[in-house]
Structures are given as structure tokens and as C-alpha cells.
Design a protein around this ligand. Structure first.
Ligand SMILES: NC(=O)c1ccc[n+]([C@@H]2O[C@H](COP(=O)([O-])OP(=O)(O)OC[C@H]3O[C@@H](n4cnc5c(N)ncnc54)[C@H](O)[C@@H]3O)[C@@H](O)[C@H]2O)c1
Length: 306
């Protein structure tokens, strides 16, 4: 089987490439390194083909891939401030370039959408049929709305042009190869705890997150891609915890006595996030297997070795 992984040098993309290699795929990666890291694929660089390319330009290939995974998109809050137009472009024009490629050459397309399409949700946990509560003019809208456009494009190409598509809604994922400076809660907490500093908790820390370990997450991607499910599917870990509980768990693991420091909550920060994974369980027979303790330990080993 031949796979193209767009955004394959990033955090999730590189773990997906590892999984596909284990399954003996012939792999091509496209990445422009806007947020990815060449080092993420160093350990397998002789086993795959890597093309440096911005997917906002047409894909410079003409062969057929059985599976095309599109994970290209900056995804951290710091990027929302730095490169909002690029994010919007990558999930619209860039994703359309991927869909056009499949329309012309064949192959099944996977779109990496996000739980952010639910915005600050009014229902809990979030099922795929929930249409969301996104602030279209807020600081996160460049990302949230970009992903909604990406989903719409995916649907148009499926219904009108016969492209075979799969859409995943990814909930917060963590693990080795996250960028230490990327502004998300796990790298922030590990960086601060390793430096024996207090962990920064925004608001009173009662907001919740449900964190999925990266290996579980990419196994969900693969299961979805092998299935016949064309509706969006939530992939994430439903075990929910408060940010304060997470901070305390990391301080305990790293034996950091510096505690936590509270700061004001950023605008539009979602209060609660938890996937309803009934569809994934029923249709894909997938559910996360790795406990938070095990996942945090593996992530600690990564940040500690940096
Ligand atoms: N990590 C999460 O918790 C999470 C949650 C929800 C959705 N997602 C989605 O999953 C995907 C991967 O996220 P990640 O956390 O691995 O982020 P990441 O930034 O580590 O990976 C994205 C990769 O895409 C590349 N890229 C971005 N724009 C590109 C372009 N125009 N052309 C070519 N390459 C480009 C980047 O260089 C990077 O290697 C993204 O689409 C993201 O929106 C991630």
C-alpha cells in the first residue's frame, strides 16, 4: 500500500508515519516545516520519501496513492496569533489541493479536523451531531472556522466529485515530539516542572480537558481510514480532568515542589471538553488503551531527554 502523509513531519504526522511503516506502507511525506521538525523523522529518513513543499501550492506529483492523510495545519494557540491567514489558507486552499489531487489520481483522503469545530460547547460530552458554538470573530476563529471550511470542502468533494473521504475530529492529544514552546498545556507544564518553576494555570484551573496519548490517537486514525465510515468521527480520550488536577499530577511525577501560579483565563478558552466516542467504539472498534500515568511517564522521558 502507498500512503501520502501531508504534514508528516509534525507531532501527530510523525507518529502516524511510524505506525504506517510498521504496517509496511510505502510512504511519501510532504511538509513545509512551518511548525514541523525534520528531527521527528530522522530515525526513519532512509525508509521514506520526504518532499519539502507548501500544500497551498498544487502537489508536485502525479502518481496514485491508496491513502492520503492530510494533517497539515499549525494547531497551537501561539500560531493563531502569529500566522492566522496561513492557517485559514492551509485548511481551505491547501486541503482543496489535496482533494483535487485525489479527484485526479484516485486514493482515499483523510482530513484532520478538530474538537475546536464544537467551539465552547453547550452540550457535554460532544457528539458528532452537535453543530458547535464557535465565535466566528474571536481570536481562535482563524483555526476553528478554517477546520469547519476543511470539513465542508471534504463533504463537497465526496458528494459532488466522488472522492472517497474520511474525517476525524481530534481531541487534545499529547506525547513525545510536541514542541516544547508550542503554548499548549502539556509542553508548558513539563517545561516549567523540569525547570522546577510553578506551573501556570489559567483561570482557577477548574476547566477540564480530556487528553489522549498520541499512539492511541494515530491508531484511531488508521482504524477510521480502514473503515467505510464517511461521517466525522471523534477520536480522543473521554477521561476528563481539571487543569488543576493535571498540574498536580505532573508536579508529583517530576517531584516539583514549586506548586502552581494562577493567571487570567484567555478569551474563548473552552471550559469543558470531552469526546463522546460511541461512534468510534461502535464503528471502528477503537478506544484508547494507554492510561494517563503511562502516557505522562513516556512524555516526561521525551522532555527530559531534550
Ligand atoms: N495535537 C492535537 O492535539 C490536535 C488536536 C486537534 C486537531 N489537530 C490537527 O492535527 C493535525 C496535526 O497537528 P499536530 O499537533 O501534529 O501539529 P504540528 O504543527 O506538529 O503538525 C502539522 C504539520 O503540518 C505541516 N504544515 C503546516 N502547514 C503546512 C503547509 N501549508 N504545507 C505543508 N506542510 C504544512 C507543519 O510543518 C507540521 O509538520 C493538524 O491538522 C491539527 O489541526 C491536532
Amino acid at each position: 500500500m502507498k500512503a501520502l502523509v501531508v504534514g508528516g513531519s509534525g507531532f501527530l504526522g510523525s507518529h502516524l508515519v511510524d505506525l504506517l511503516l510498521e504496517k509496511n506502507y510505502e510512504i511519501t511525506v510532504i511538509d513545509n516545516y512551518v511548525t514541523g521538525n525534520k528531527k521527528n523523522l530522522n530515525h526513519i529518513q532512509n525508509k521514506i520519501r520526504i518532499i519539502e513543499h507548501d500544500v497551498n501550492q498544487p502537489i508536485p506529483l502525479s502518481e496514485k496513492f491508496d491513502e492520503i492523510y492530510n494533517l497539515a495545519s499549525p494547531a497551537s494557540p501561539i500560531d493563531f496569533e502569529r500566522i492566522p491567514l496561513f492557517i485559514l489558507e492551509t485548511n481551505s486552499k491547501g486541503h482543496q489541493n489535496v482533494l483535487e489531487y485525489a479527484k485526479n489520481h484516485g486514493g482515499r483522503v483523510f482530513f484532520a479536523s478538530t474538537s475546536e469545530v464544537y467551539g465552547d460547547p453547550e452540550i457535554h460530552p460532544q457528539q458528532e451531531d452537535y453543530r458547535g458554538n464557535v465565535n466566528i470573530n474571536g481570536p481562535r476563529s482563524c483555526y476553528d472556522e478554517a477546520k469547519r471550511i476543511g470539513e465542508t470542502l471534504t463533504t463537497i468533494y465526496r458528494l459532488h466529485y466522488g472522492v472517497d473521504t474520511r474525517t476525524v475530529r481530534i481531541f487534545n492529544t499529547y506525547g513525545p515530539r510536541m514542541r516544547p514552546e508550542d503554548g499548549r498545556v502539556i509542553p508548558n507544564f513539563f517545561t516549567q516542572a523540569l525547570a522546577k518553576k510553578p506551573l501556570t494555570v489559567y483561570g482557577d484551573g477548574s476547566q477540564t480537558r480530556s487528553l489522549c496519548y498520541v499512539r492511541d490517537e494515530v491508531e484511531g486514525f488508521y482504524a477510521l481510514m480502514q473503515s467505510s465510515e464517511t461521517r466525522p468521527v471523534n477520536i480522543g480520550n473521554p477521561s476528563e480532568m481539571t487543569i488543576l488536577e493535571l498540574a498536580q499530577a505532573i508536579n508529583k511525577l517530576l517531584k516539583n515542589d514549586a506548586g502552581v501560579e494562577f493567571k487570567p483565563l484567555p478569551k474563548d478558552d473552552p471550559q469543558r471538553r470531552r469526546p463522546d466516542i460511541t461512534r468510534a467504539k461502535q464503528v471502528l472498534k477503537w478506544q484508547p488503551r494507554i492510561s494517563l500515568d503511562e502516557g505522562l511517564q513516556k512524555t516526561f522521558e521525551y522532555f527530559n531527554s531534550k
